[in-house]
Design a protein around this ligand. Structure first.
Ligand SMILES: [Mg+2]
Length: 247
């Protein structure tokens, strides 16, 4: 359910000259599911994002911790929506650096750890890896070991829900969102996110932008919706209001 504060903020930002609508994927455009490989998009939410991206002076982007290839595959890479993967490290078709020895060692050590903790999973990415322990027995212990492995190879760790994200380089969702703002010349930005890494993106928003946190937890966002099931309504409302203003 959209509250009156959020409805008002959506109506206001819909009037901005050049609008950038950015969204996280898991838990926002897609419901959280036990198997990360099966996280299919919420049709209404992604449909509204596509509609926004196809409007004049309106840009849409999905910014995810997933690898760019996985994000494109899960979403179907729809026309009109730009995709940024690996927490901002993979932007568009910019080539990522060749895997270094440290990246390969990180991935090998995490895969070996995963075999010791049934139910855990390693998501291999071009410049890092994510250790998922949502479904693992003794998950917190596994996570501590994963953090030690990341520390040993000098990877940066990004906090997430039931995942130890390990990346090299200093890109985050905030730097990615700022780059998109600059590239599009956006005069107003909407960002929707649910996880800890999304706080980097909320942090780069100004008073004229709109940050929307999905679900509970402390946040820098100024508005909140209770759950992923409310995301479609937010994006659909924004699309309808902006479309009405343009006709
Ligand atoms: Mg998320």
């Amino acid at each position: 359910m959209i509250d009156s504060l959020l409805a008002g903020r959506l109506a206001t930002i819909a009037e901005t000259q050049v609008l950038l609508v950015a969204s996280d994927y898991d838990g926002v455009l897609s419901p959280i599911v036990a198997d990360p490989a099966a996280a299919l998009p919420d049709k209404n939410a992604i449909g509204a994002l596509v509609s926004l991206g196809q409007m004049p002076d309106t840009h849409a982007v999905a910014i995810s911790g997933r690898s760019l290839a996985t994000l494109r595959s899960l979403t179907g890479n729809p026309d009109g929506v730009a995709m940024i993967g690996t927490h901002g490290a993979e932007m568009g078709d910019v080539a990522v650096p060749e895997s270094t020895g440290a990246v390969r060692r990180l991935q090998a050590d995490l895969l070996s750890l995963s075999r010791q903790y049934p139910g855990s999973e390693v998501e291999v990415k071009p410049i890092g890896a994510a250790f998922h322990y949502r479904n693992a027995a003794r998950g917190e212990r596994a996570a501590a070991e994963a953090r030690a492995i990341a520390g040993a190879v000098g990877a940066r760790m990004i906090a997430g829900k039931k995942v130890v994200e390990c990346v090299f380089g200093d890109a985050d969702k905030g730097s990615a969102l700022t780059a998109m703002r600059d590239a599009t010349g956006a005069t107003g930005v909407v960002f929707v996110g649910d996880d800890i890494t999304d706080e980097d993106a909320f942090a780069v928003l100004s008073d004229k932008d709109l940050g929307i946190k999905v679900g509970p937890g402390s946040t820098l966002a100024t508005c909140r919706i209770p759950s992923q099931q409310d995301v479609a309504e937010v994006l659909e409302t924004l699309a309808i209001v902006r479309s009405d203003l343009q006709t």
